[in-house]
Design a protein around this ligand. Structure first.
Ligand code: 6GU
Length: 241
């Protein structure tokens, strides 16, 4: 069966990119199936109200629980993970993407305003796993763009979605370090040269150079990703050059 993605949102047009490019092709090929649902179809008042003022006071509006309960009862198969994008969530990681890609599908609940009444996530945990996740330390207006990010990260790991398996296994973060820089022809371009070792044909030397560049880049840009227990003697020697 295809990997199933359902998204509930008050801005269904925002999810149009899910039907394009890599994902659109995966859908056409039957590897992924996508449903986008307007939360307002589960309202019952003439104004199709989805939000209300926060208890306790304060700025902004909170999404009401009742439409969310009806929506999730309609679209979430029992046991399917519910993902709630929120800047107050746990950080989304490649390891999570890899775990989620092993599951039959995902349901995303996009909040706007100041978020969704917390009882929705609490109640939804009775029917399956619930993940409240953030895609980074900045604040977005809503979860829709975060859903685009997470769905792309997960679906490119599904068997058959990306042509070149190696480009999935060797990419940045798969081994916990940043990827080294890459180059193609011409060897000399506007006064900038390709590192000569890459033209040497010495594959052992190329492997060492790539590892050294990966370590160097990680140390400069993302020192938090280096192993807390310290580098191996071989990696330490490469990094120290
Ligand atoms: Cl998942 N949602 C919102 N609204 N803002 C965010 C985010 C998610 N991740 C980082 N900022």
């Amino acid at each position: 069966a295809p990997f199933r993605v359902d998204v509930v949102t008050i801005f269904p047009e925002y999810l149009a990119p899910l039907r394009q490019s890599l994902l659109g092709k995966a859908a056409e090929r039957g590897l992924v199936s996508i449903g986008v649902h307007d939360l307002r179809q589960w309202t019952d008042d003439v104004h199709r109200t989805v939000d209300d003022a926060p208890y306790g006071g304060g700025p902004g509006m909170v999404m009401k629980p009742e439409p969310w309960a009806l929506a999730l009862e309609a679209v979430r198969p029992s046991g399917t993970r519910l993902v709630v994008p929120t800047p107050a969530g746990r950080p989304f990681t490649q390891a999570m993407a890899a775990e989620w890609a092993q599951e039959p599908g995902l349901v995303f609940a996009c909040g706007r305003y100041e978020g969704i009444d917390q009882r929705v996530a609490d109640w939804a945990a009775d029917a399956g796993p619930v993940s409240e996740v953030s895609i980074g330390d900045y604040v977005l207006a809503g979860g829709e763009s975060a859903v685009l990010v997470m769905v792309e990260a997960v679906t490119r790991l599904l068997p058959g979605v990306v042509g070149n398996r190696e480009s999935v296994e060797f990419d940045s973060h798969a081994d916990g370090l940043l990827e080294e820089p890459s180059y193609t022809r011409p060897a000399s371009w506007r006064g900038h040269e390709v590192p000569p070792v890459l033209l040497s044909g010495d594959h052992a030397a190329i492997d060492r150079w790539r590892r050294a560049e990966s370590l160097r880049r990680t140390a400069v840009r993302r020192p938090d990703l280096l192993p807390a227990e310290g580098l191996s003697d071989a990696d330490r020697a490469l990094l120290d050059g």
